[in-house]
Design a protein around this ligand. Sequence first.
Ligand SMILES: NC(=O)c1ccc[n+]([C@@H]2O[C@H](COP(=O)([O-])OP(=O)(O)OC[C@H]3O[C@@H](n4cnc5c(N)ncnc54)[C@H](OP(=O)(O)O)[C@@H]3O)[C@@H](O)[C@H]2O)c1
Length: 322
Amino acid sequence: MKTYHIPSTDLTVSRIAYGCMKIGGSWGPEPLTQTVKDTAVKAIVTAYEQGITLFDHADIYTHGKSEEAFADVWAVIPRDKIVVQSKCGIRFAGDPYPGAPHRFDFSYEHIVASVEGSLRRLRTDYLDILLLHRPDALVEPEEVARAFDDLAAAGKVRYFGVSNHTAAQMALLRLHIAQLIVVNQVQLSLLHHYLISEGVVANIAGKPSALATATLDYCRAHGILVQAWGPVAGGQVLNPPADAAPHVKATAALVTQMAHEKGTTPEAIALAWLLRHPAGIQPIIGTTKPERIVASCQADEVTLTREEWYALFTAGRGEPLP
Ligand SMILES: NC(=O)c1ccc[n+]([C@@H]2O[C@H](COP(=O)([O-])OP(=O)(O)OC[C@H]3O[C@@H](n4cnc5c(N)ncnc54)[C@H](OP(=O)(O)O)[C@@H]3O)[C@@H](O)[C@H]2O)c1
């Protein structure tokens, strides 16, 4: 698989990454079973054999079970052959006491404790990349800087990034943090295209002026790798539900038709739409099915023309371009 070099790092990673959110089984209190662990390792090894070298986690995924299930892979894949990233900063309701609200927490204590938990569950000494999961309204950038400094000095985290952050939020952090922000992971797909489409319709009457505008351009300008979560819109762009909106069904039909014409898979077309964007977007695929992982990785062989890209874009938007 072709690779991206993450600017200002020594990391070279596959263009498509694997998201581990669902490999821990249920989000309920049930403990991990051997069956869930075996299924997880099978998915990860399939992804690795397809050339995927970046694996995405978060401390909260299935309440830690995803990271725990992943650790069995060290019996098969050497640690230094893959890039492991995790995220911190989301706290569920009831943590740490009953009645505590769902919230975001970029405090020094929470960031450091979260990383230590991830390292323990992943059975590794270091994270290659740590991301701040969702913007914390109460962020104190100096405090984040102190946490990042200590984690870097202890050798527990090599590089840092963010997720779901706007350009302005990244700019604010960059004023205070010594380490570079090397990744921004954002929701992006043919059906959730706003980071791209808002730039195209900016300053048009009746269109919302969104903070999202310029986030991709900011990442391009500052050498920040854009990672796309939800890259097939949770499967909707491949297999829309019966009650899906007409433009969702039309987009899925066009994806399937293009796959047929180009002799590839629908997964490959949906992901190639992201790969074709010059920001150098890295889709984080989330399927747990080995056959869908293989079908997704065919995207590496597909290059869409401008005309194909815009036809898909227009279908996904469900309305003509200005
Ligand atoms: N930073 C953030 O805030 C954030 C938020 C969410 C996720 N993420 C990361 O991004 C990764 C991917 O996110 P995602 O899971 O939303 O991405 P996705 O790849 O768009 O969706 C994966 C989901 O779609 C289903 N699916 C795939 N192909 C399908 C098909 N042909 N028909 C029906 N369903 C299909 C999968 O089910 P099967 O498993 O059955 O194939 C899975 O439930 C996550 O694992 C996580 O690492 C980050």
